[in-house]
Design a binder for this molecule. Structure first.
Ligand code: ADP
Ligand code: ADP
Ligand code: ZN
Length: 216
């Protein structure tokens, strides 16, 4: 199963990805996670990406595309994968298509998680992430059992530097201009499925798995 999760920042891609990769036993490939891990390790890639992430801008296409291509060649991605946060521009989508055409491994489907813009701001500014395992929480909508402690691994929860009101607004604008056109792009290919992301987390999950189980 080769899936893309599409949707604005805060739509619930990471939250659903965590659950989907467990169910379908495929790797979770998040370009945002890759950049944050690179930054933590202090690599050149991490430092370059940070300049853009801090501004709420997209990291340049050539940098992102090479990283994803390399990641998709790894052993664990040979039986499928879930892409979260990639592609985010038409150029990225076209580069991915070309590479999948060359390897004869078409996408199973693109899941578009749709949520009203007003709700996204509250979701993102209340988001907390685990330093240990990357699990995602929300102070109001999906709180951990013990404040600031991850239910899954006991790790410390933190707020991402780009989850501030100002940067979030910029990211939503970047989404509208550069990423939203992908809805039409994949729609034309007949592999787009839209789910209502404003429902409860478990209901969104059920909607997605119903679609994917039909596609298998
Ligand atoms: P994305 O990866 O698309 O940016 P996340 O999965 O990180 O989004 O979710 C953004 C925030 O919204 C997180 O704090 C998460 O806990 C919360 N969230 C995710 N799905 C829902 C939902 N269905 N209802 C309410 N809050 C949600
Ligand atoms: P979100 O929760 O907003 O969906 P991500 O963790 O996916 O955030 O991405 C965080 C930041 O990393 C983005 O704002 C952008 O700067 C960078 N980034 C992640 N994926 C991509 C991509 N495919 N193309 C360009 N930049 C990306
Ligand atoms: Zn954790």
């Amino acid at each position: 199963m080769r899936i893309i999760l599409l949707g604005p920042p805060g739509a619930g891609k990471g939250t659903q990805a965590e659950k989907l990769v467990k169910k379908y036993k495929i790797p979770h490939i998040s370009t945002g996670d890759i950049f944050r891990a690179a930054l933590q390790e202090g690599t050149e890639l991490g430092l370059r990406a940070k300049e853009y992430m801090d501004q709420g801008e997209l990291v340049p296409d050539d940098l992102v595309v090479d990283i994803v291509k390399e990641r998709l060649e790894q052993e664990d991605a040979q039986n499928g994968y879930l892409l979260d946060g990639f592609p985010r521009t038409l150029a990225q989508a076209e580069a991915l298509d070309e590479s999948l055409r060359a390897s004869g491994t078409p996408l199973t489907g693109v899941i578009n998680i749709s949520v009203d813009p007003q709700e996204l701001l509250e979701r993102l500014t209340g988001r907390r992430v685990c330093r240990g395992c990357g699990a995602t929480y929300h102070i109001k909508f999906n709180p951990p059992t013990v404040r600031s402690v991850c239910d899954k691994c006991g790790g410390e929860l933190y707020q991402r530097e780009d989850d501030t009101v100002e940067t979030v607004k910029q990211r939503l604008e970047v989404y509208r201009q550069q990423t939203a056109p992908l809805i039409e792009y994949y729609g034309r290919k007949g592999i787009l499925f839209t789910v209502d992301g404003s429902q409860e987390i478990d209901e969104v999950f059920r909607a997605i798995t119903t679609i994917l189980d039909r596609q298998q």
